[in-house]
Ligand binder design. Structure first.
Ligand code: UGA
Length: 433
C-alpha cells in the first residue's frame, strides 16, 4: 500500500519505517530540510534500538523515502498518517496547532480519496475537528481515523511489529477495511484490531497512559508507607502482582515516572476533565504524588550527610528510563537540581543521555567518561535510571573509588542484604534497610 507519514518525530519515524518493513511504500514528510537530508543518507535522527537496521534496509529497498514537500507526500499516499507534535500548552492542555495546520493544507491539496490517520495523542473530539478543517476546502472524499500508538521508547520497534492490540477509531467502513488490511500483517499471532468510534479511540490512549501512571504512583505510595512500617515493597509487589487481576508489570516503585508521555497525558486528561466540569481526583493525586516522588531521596541524603554542601555526588543514569537518550521530565533532573541547590557538586554518567543533559546543565555538572570514572572521590553514588550496565557492577571497584561506600538507589537495583554484607550503606525505595 502507499503510505505518507507527516512528521518524522519518534512516532512518525517508527511508524513509517515499520510500515515499510511489511512491504508498503512509505514517504515521510518533514519541514526540517536538514533532518530530511540526513535521513536520506540513512542517518536515524533519534536513538531507538533496532530502528537503524530497519531504516537502512528499507531505504535500500526503495520502500522508505523522505521529502520536505507535503504535496509530494499527499500525492503518494492513499493513507496519510499525522504524526505531529501535540506539545503541552501553558495550561496543561494539548496544543493542536500543528495537527490542525497540516489538516488545513491537506484539505486544500488532496485530489482523490484519502484516509487521514491521526497517530498523535490528541484530546477527545480532535478527529471531528480535523474532519471539519479538511472539509472546508476538500474537493474529494476522505475519511479521518483515530489510531493511537502504544509504543514504549526503547522498545518501539518491537511494540510496533508485534502489538498487543491495534486500536482503530473509525466510522467509515471503507477506511476501516483499509486500516485492517494495513495492520493485518502485524497481528498474525491473533492479537486484536479493535475497531471503535473515533472519540473512544482518542480517549483509550489517555486512559491507558493515565492508568499506567496511576499504577506506578500507587506502588510508589505503598513503597513510601513500607518504609514507615518496616515492610519490604519488593515482597509486597510480588505478593500483589501474582494476582492476575493486578498483573506483575508496572508495579516497580522508584523516584517517579517521567518521559514525554505519562506526565503530559495525565495533565492533559486532567485539564480536559476540568473543561467538562469533571474533576479527576485520582489524576490530581497522581500528579502531586509523582512530583514529590522525584525528589524523595533528597531528604534521605540530607539526613545522611547532615549538610550536603561541598559533598561530591556521583550520578548514574540521567535518561528518564533505560534504552533512550530522552531526558524529558526525567527524575534525575529534579534530583540534580535539588542537590545543586544544596551546594553539592555532581559527577554524572549515562550511556546515551549525556549530550542532552550537557545541553541543559552546561558547566554546572562534571561529565564522566564511564560509570566508574564518575565515582572517583565522590562521597556517595546516586542511581536515577536502571540501565542494564548498572545492574551488576564491580562492587569492590565502587568501594575503592568512592570516599565511603554509600549508595542511594532510586530504582532498587540491588539486593539489600548483599550490599549491606559488602559493607555498603545502601538506601533505596521502600525496602527494609
Ligand atoms: C509510555 C507507554 O508505556 C506506552 O504504551 C505509550 O505508547 C507511550 O508512553 C506514549 O504515550 O507514547 P514510555 O513513556 O516510552 O511509554 O515509557 P514507559 O516504559 O512506559 O515508562 C514511563 C515511565 O514510568 C518511566 O519514567 C519509567 O521509569 C516509569 N516506570 C515504569 C516506573 O517507575 N515503574 C514501572 O514499573 C514502570
Amino acid at each position: 500500500m502507499k503510505i505518507a507519514v507527516i512528521g518524522t518525530g519518534y512516532v512518525g519515524l517508527v511508524t513509517g519505517t515499520c510500515l515499510a518493513e511489511t512491504g508498503n511504500e512509505v514517504v515521510c514528510v518533514d519541514i526540517d530540510a536538514s533532518k530530511v537530508e540526513k535521513m536520506r543518507q540513512g542517518i536515524v535522527p533519534i536513538y531507538e534500538p533496532h530502528l537503524d537496521l530497519l531504516f537502512e534496509r528499507n531505504i535500500k529497498a526503495n520502500r522508505l523515502s523522505f521529502t520536505t514537500s507535503l504535496e509530494e507526500g499527499l500525492e503518494h499516499g492513499d493513507i496519510i498518517f499525522l504524526a505531529l507534535p501535540t506539545p503541552e500548552d501553558e495550561d496543561g492542555s494539548a496544543d493542536l496547532s500543528y495537527v490542525l495546520g497540516v489538516s488545513e493544507e491537506i484539505g486544500k491539496k488532496i485530489k482523490q480519496y484519502k484516509v487521514i490517520v491521526d497517530k498523535s495523542t490528541v484530546p477527545v473530539g480532535t478527529s471531528e475537528k480535523v474532519h471539519a478543517v479538511i472539509a472546508e476546502n476538500a474537493i474529494c472524499e476522505f475519511d479521518v481515523v483515530s489510531n493511537p500508538e502504544f509504543l514504549r521508547e526503547g522498545f518501539a520497534v518491537d511494540d510496533f511489529l508485534k502489538p498487543e492490540r491495534i486500536v482503530v477509531g473509525s466510522s467509515s467502513d471503507r477506511a476501516t477495511e483499509l486500516m485492517q488490511k494495513l495492520y493485518r500483517p502485524f497481528v498474525r499471532s491473533g492479537n486484536p484490531i479493535i475497531v471503535m468510534d473515533e472519540k473512544s479511540a482518542e480517549l483509550t490512549k489517555y486512559a491507558a497512559n493515565s492508568f499506567l501512571a496511576t499504577k506506578i504512583t500507587f506502588m510508589n505510595e505503598i513503597a513510601n508507607y513500607c518504609e514507615k512500617v518496616g515492610a519490604d515493597v519488593d515482597k509486597v509487589r510480588v505478593g500483589m502482582g501474582t494476582d492476575s487481576r493486578i498483573g506483575k508489570r508496572f508495579l516497580f516503585p522508584g523516584i517517579g515516572y517521567g518521559g514525554s508521555c505519562f506526565p503530559k497525558d495525565v495533565k492533559a486528561l486532567q485539564k480536559a476533565g476540568k473543561e467538562e466540569d469533571y474533576d479527576f481526583k485520582i489524576l490530581n493525586a497522581v500528579i502531586d504524588v509523582n512530583q514529590k516522588q522525584k525528589t524523595i531521596l533528597l531528604p534521605k541524603m540530607d539526613d545522611y550527610f547532615g549538610d550536603l554542601s561541598g559533598k561530591k555526588i556521583a550520578v548514574w543514569g540521567l535518561a528518564f528510563k533505560p534504552e533512550t537518550d530522552d531526558i524529558r521530565e526525567a527524575p534525575s533532573i529534579d534530583m540534580m537540581n535539588g542537590l545543586l541547590e544544596k551546594g553539592a557538586s555532581l559527577s554524572v554518567f549515562d550511556p546515551e543521555a549525556m549530550p542532552n543533559i550537557k545541553r541543559k546543565f552546561g558547566e554546572k555538572l562534571s561529565y564522566a567518561d564511564s560509570m566508574y570514572a564518575a565515582l572517583k572521590d565522590a562521597d556517595a553514588l546516586l542511581i536515577c535510571t536502571e540501565w542494564s550496565i548498572f545492574r551488576t557492577p564491580d562492587l569492590n571497584k565502587i568501594k575503592d573509588l568512592l570516599k565511603s561506600p554509600v549508595i542511594f538507589d532510586g530504582r532498587n537495583l540491588y539486593n539489600v542484604n548483599d550490599l549491606q554484607s559488602e559493607g555498603f550503606t545502601y538506601i533505596s525505595i521502600g525496602r527494609n534497610e
